[in-house]
Design a protein around this ligand. Structure first.
Ligand code: ZN
Length: 169
């Protein structure tokens, strides 16, 4: 099933998500649906709040279907180590049409559970590091625009409010 992507303005995107405690078939199905929804939306990462489900769960595939082994499921992820700096243009499926450069860590290690509840650690660099931080931010109710200057962020919010008013969001 393909979920519509929740857009900026919906409060589910700005509240901390609830930990996942049950590792069952329902969770597995949700993850499958999230991958499908992410690919449909042409994204490389998707957090559960972006499909309106306030759970600490995210899927990532920075190769966009190129490498089946690159598919990552992060349940209850935590960032445990960051290193370096890397500035790159970033966007979000929940804030379509806008992209801005954001400085993030270059190398990031996360600790997360898999679909069976097993804890694992994984280190990513560049785009994967960025995805780890972007998706973990989502689960904490934080969007990438919070990393922009107040001026830039307000400008984007103003433009979005206009789009909402015009019924174009
Ligand atoms: Zn996002």
């Amino acid at each position: 099933m393909i979920y519509p992507i929740v857009k900026f303005g919906n409060p589910v995107l700005e509240k901390p998500a609830e930990p996942v405690t049950v590792f069952d078939g329902e969770l597995k199905k949700l993850v499958e649906d999230m991958f499908e929804s992410m690919y449909e939306a042409k994204g490389v990462g998707l957090a559960a709040p972006q499909v309106g489900i306030s759970k600490r769960l995210a899927v990532i595939d920075v190769t966009f279907k190129e490498d089946p082994n690159a598919k990552l499921v992060l349940v209850n992820p935590q960032v445990i180590h960051t290193e370096g700096k890397f500035r790159q243009t970033e966007g979000c499926l929940s804030i379509p049409e806008f992209r801005e450069p954001v400085t993030r860590a270059k190398r990031v290690t996360i600790r997360a559970q898999d679909l069976h509840g097993q804890w694992f650690e994984k280190t990513g660099e560049d785009l994967l590091a960025r995805a780890f931080l972007h998706e973990t931010d989502h689960l904490n109710g934080k969007l990438y625009i919070s990393h922009l200057s107040a001026l830039k962020r307000d400008l984007i919010k103003r433009r979005i409010r206009k789009l909402i008013k015009a019924g174009e969001w």
